[in-house]
Design a protein around this ligand. Structure first.
Ligand code: 13P
Length: 249
């Protein structure tokens, strides 16, 4: 059966000291839960987060990585560098990477392959823009994002992949997809996976929802059968809010 996951994407927030404080608070307050809990601090604070969380069950993820092994890629970080500091999870395809840094599906496909080749676990993000939703094109967009970046993989690769549906119009806007909209898209994603691969692969993959999840709306969103947890931005920056969201699952 698929696992429930609550992951916090801290984006470009928190200094070193703030990272240590938040990590320590989370470790101290984490309730007993069967859900996996993951946090993704910025690159420079990954080592500190790993250290602060080493006696907890909270895992540490990177927010991005490059596909090359090493070399002349100024400002980039490789899989080996992450593994070397005990970071085995990476977020790929976040809409902010796509929109602000021009990351395309083809580019992401290379990153996915590189991470899998190193046995890393991937939280793969995708989702439609507001115009796509308004024009009724959202299912097509999501299907093409999955197809272009992931559907060259064998079914077995999906054991190491978590999907995160993040409608761009709901990220950081305070506007959440309704639980029904999230369920509708998650069910579509699972059907798309089943059509390309098989029912077992589709049923075993965790699909997270991301976009303005807060303590006040988490329970209702997580109650939907195809929503296996959340990828949390703003509300992950405060330990009480994040823990409340973990409790909601
Ligand atoms: P918010 O929760 O701030 O909307 O961000 C969601 C997100 O982008 C997580 O990756």
């Amino acid at each position: 059966m698929r696992t429930k996951i609550v992951a916090g994407n801290w984006k470009m927030n928190k200094t070193l000291q703030e990272t240590e404080t938040l990590a320590a608070e989370l470790a101290a307050k984490l309730p007993d839960t069967e859900a996996e809990v993951i946090v993704a601090p910025t690159f420079v604070n990954l080592t500190a987060a790993v250290r602060s969380l080493e006696n907890s069950t909270i895992q540490v993820s990177a927010q991005n990585m490059h596909f090359a092994e090493n070399g002349a890629f100024t400002g980039e970080i490789s899989a080996d560098m992450l593994l070397d500091i005990n970071v085995e999870v990476v977020i790929l395809g976040h809409s902010e990477r796509r929109s602000h840094f021009g990351e395309t599906d083809d580019f992401l496909a290379k990153k996915v392959s590189a991470a899998l080749a190193k046995n890393m676990r991937i939280i793969f993000c995708f989702g439609e823009e507001l115009e796509d939703r308004k024009s009724g094109n959202h299912f097509n967009i999501v299907e093409s994002q999955l197809k272009n970046a992931l559907f060259n993989l064998d079914a077995s690769a999906f054991k190491s992949i978590v999907l995160a549906y993040e409608p761009v119009w709901a990220i950081g806007t305070g506007e959440t997809a309704s639980p029904e909209q999230a369920q509708e898209m998650h069910a579509f994603i699972r059907e798309t996976m089943a059509a390309k691969y098989d029912n077992t692969t589709a049923n075993n993959i965790s699909i997270l929802y991301g976009g303005s999840v807060k303590p006040a709306n988490a329970r209702e969103i997580f109650s939907k059968p195809d929503v296996d947890g959340g990828l949390i931005g703003g509300a992950a920056l405060n330990s009480d809010d994040f823990i409340a969201i973990v409790r909601a699952i």
